[in-house]
Design a protein around this ligand. Structure first.
Ligand code: UDX
Length: 431
């Protein structure tokens, strides 16, 4: 089938490349000319393992454009993959989605196409499908359908998540269109849930909010473990083996970050509120997430008495390992909090140094080598769970530090091993 992807960002490129891999012809559009020119030359503007290979492999069936007219000429099903960043009050900014809907409506009207289908992939609050219908309807009087087909892509594993999904959600108030969109994925052999559009939109928010809740829950359990001398890693293992609970998303630490969880939890809380419901649980989920970063600051102060003029070395800046993304990163939040206490900060990340530099001030010294950062440090904080930090020569690091304190905000290192090197080691909820 001929499909268009509107928005050549992370979701759009992964969706487009994967749909091409499934045998469809895909035209990917973006208003950013420079981005499209790069893509035309085979340069992938985002870091996502496996994406360049997938795009190159399917280059015959993927084309790029900046023109909506071309999109309409080439495709019958249009995936909206533009961003929905958070507004100040936490609600989702839908201006890009609305603009695309308007442009699609105008372009449909010019060509009078037979029943085009608009699919929302972007995470949009419940009711957006209905709003898109109204916007397009103003421009285009013939038949068209709106379908919600949310993505559940994790950065760093997005290609695998797209090609091996746990489930596919297709929501529409028009059964035929829902079946058409579902058929695009038939080769994936994943369970497909067909539902109405509001339910599909809600599934995306409920999934992310539930996962965030799991993280805040285990973080609170970890905080109690710290007080009573229990070990959260073993608690997580013990409860995770209960199939009703499940093992994943029970890693205690400095809380969740990234471009999805913080935004989606706040947006769900916001639109629940707009509709007259106070989502109490989510308020606590957000509060606990913030508290986890502050607790690292407090652990530092407890050990160092004051942070004024202390050298703190932050290992990890990305919001999680295997990405260069620092959006809503716990590490960045933590650095700002520590800076407020008057500490001097050095930071290292295997991939995210450049992006972090943009978000932080010039006072911070970014180092290319972890050993450089440890020189004269009063404490090291592990802020991202990069596995390579485990393989550092910690005996060398210990010799370089002024004071051998490690606060492991991600429970990455082995406490026993660190203590045997002579470090004062504190994790989150670990004995
Ligand atoms: C997430 C969802 O997983 C994905 O389905 C959705 O569509 C987009 O948001 P992503 O933001 O890439 O994906 O990251 P994910 O791997 O889910 O981790 C999110 C955050 O939670 C990270 O900061 C991570 O460090 C943290 N996390 C995750 C924990 O603190 N503990 C855990 O057990 C799991």
């Amino acid at each position: 089938m001929k499909l268009s992807i509107i928005g050549a960002g992370y979701v759009g490129l992964v969706t487009g490349a994967s749909l091409a891999e499934l045998g469809h012809d895909v035209i990917i559009m973006d208003i950013d000319r420079a981005r499209i020119e790069k893509l035309d030359k085979g340069i992938i503007p985002i870091y996502e393992p496996g994406l360049d290979r997938l795009i190159n492999k399917n280059s015959e069936s993927i084309s790029f454009t900046t023109k909506m007219d071309e999109v309409i000429r080439e495709a019958d099903i249009h995936f909206i993959c533009v961003w929905t960043p958070p507004l100040k009050d936490g609600s989702a900014d839908l201006s890009a989605v609305r603009a695309v809907a308007r442009d699609l409506g105008k372009a449909f009207a010019k060509r009078k196409i037979k029943t085009p289908i608009i699919v929302t992939k972007s995470t949009v609050p419940v009711g957006t499908g209905k709003a898109i219908r109204q916007i397009v309807r103003k421009e285009y009087k013939n038949d068209f359908s709106v379908v919600s087909n949310p993505e559940f892509l994790r950065e760093g594993q997005a290609v695998a998540d797209m090609m091996h999904p746990d489930r596919i959600i297709v929501g529409s108030n028009d059964e035929e269109s829902a079946k058409t969109v579902a058929s695009l994925y038939q080769d994936l052999r994943a369970p497909i849930i067909i539902t109405d559009i509001a339910t599909a939109e809600m599934i995306k928010y409920a999934a992310n909010a539930f996962l965030a809740t799991k993280i805040s829950f285990i973080n609170e359990v970890a905080n109690v473990c710290d007080l009573v001398g229990a070990d959260v890693e073993s608690v997580a293992e013990g409860i995770g083996m209960d199939k009703r609970i499940g093992k994943s998303f029970l890693k205690a630490g400095m809380g969740y970050g990234g471009s999805c969880f913080p935004k989606d939890v706040r947006a769900l809380q916001q639109f629940a509120n707009h509709n007259g419901y106070d989502f109490k649980l989510l308020k606590s989920v957000i509060e606990v997430n913030e508290q986890q970063r502050q607790m690292v600051v407090e652990k530092l102060i407890n050990n160092l008495v004051t942070l004024k003029n202390k050298n703190i070395f932050i290992l990890g800046l990305a919001f999680k390992a295997h990405t260069d993304d620092v959006r809503e990163s716990g590490a960045i939040d933590l650095i700002i909090r520590i800076q407020k206490q008057g500490a001097k900060i050095r930071a290292h990340d295997p991939l995210a140094l450049l992006n972090a530099r943009r978000d932080l001030d010039d006072e911070i010294k970014f180092v290319a080598q972890p050993y450089q950062g440890a020189q004269g440090a009063d404490a090291i904080v592990i802020a991202t769970e990069w596995p390579e930090f485990r393989d550092l020569d910690w005996s060398v690091i210990k010799k370089q530090m002024r004071n051998p304190l490690i606060i492991d905000g991600r429970n990455l290192l082995d406490p026993r091993q660190m203590r045997s090197h002579g470090f004062i080691y504190e994790g989150v909820g670990r004995r």
